[in-house]
Design a protein around this ligand. Sequence first.
Ligand code: ADP
Length: 336
Amino acid sequence: MFQSARFKLTAWYLLLIILISTLFSIVIYFGINSELRRLERFQQRRLERDYGNSPAPLFQHRPILDHELIEETDYRLKLVLLLVNLGIFVLSGGAAYFLSGRTLKPIKNMVDEQNRFITDSSHELRTPLTSLRSELEVNLRSKNISPNETKKILRSNLEEVMNLQKLTDNLMELAQYQKRNGDLSMSEISLLDVINKVCRKFTPVAFKNKIRIINKVQDCNIVGDKPALSELFTILLDNALKYSDKNTKINLSSIKEKNVVSISVADEGMGIEKKDLPYIFDRFYRAEKSRSKEKVTGYGLGLSIAKKIVELHKGTIKAESVPLKGSKFTVVLPLS
Ligand code: ADP
């Protein structure tokens, strides 16, 4: 599809260039040709004025009008213009092919990205749906199932459905941020205000898991989309809690520099293996250890959403980690 669109665009570019160059050549040809004819007429009149119609006296050289030279100049002019047009045709053909490739490249990347997104999402949705279906089918076939067992199965199915709902919510959120591309409602906001609200949200969970959240973020004003930034720190704090054991700490701190502020969320949890670190921001990527960790649900979408939010704020995000010691996520955002 990309190749045929590229050929079509090349053909349009070429057609335009040929039209312009032919038009210019016609103008140039008629311009020079009319000058030649004017010169010819002028010479003719001068000869008639100087020598009249009478034959030249003996031994006197009478200049004659060289029509052949003028015709030859006319012919050469046509040839030069034709060759120039051919050259333009060949060169602009190559240039048009190259330029159409460059024009279509971002569109191709976008379509490829969308296709990948659809394929990945369908794949992720299919696995839990298949297990839900087979569980339902097996239990429907069973004849002597007690009410208690039925309840247990329904509860497990409900859990699966809730997970699926979370997955679709995450997918929609990611698609929203990808679609918005710079179209956030930016305003001047207090960083501490955002962080405090997120911390308050997680206090009950942290308390239940005996994890201490220590918030040392200094206040400063940044320009950003408040709900999006809340979502960003929610993802980071949620992960820190999810991947930490009991009786550990999560430290939130900030460093204000000249034009930027860097905010860190550091935990003392299970950490991330060196081989996984480069991929954790990829869509649907989950490290092997977190997949096998019991009761830790997730689809590997949180950090992709976080990265997209940071990019929309023209900032950066990075992760550092020591397995079994903890992880530290640092977000750098421009100051207002
Ligand atoms: P999810 O947590 O839903 O699996 P994320 O995109 O938020 O998806 O994270 C991707 C992966 O990065 C996780 O599966 C986990 O392996 C790893 N990860 C993220 N944050 C942490 C953390 N604080 N500690 C350890 N591993 C983490």
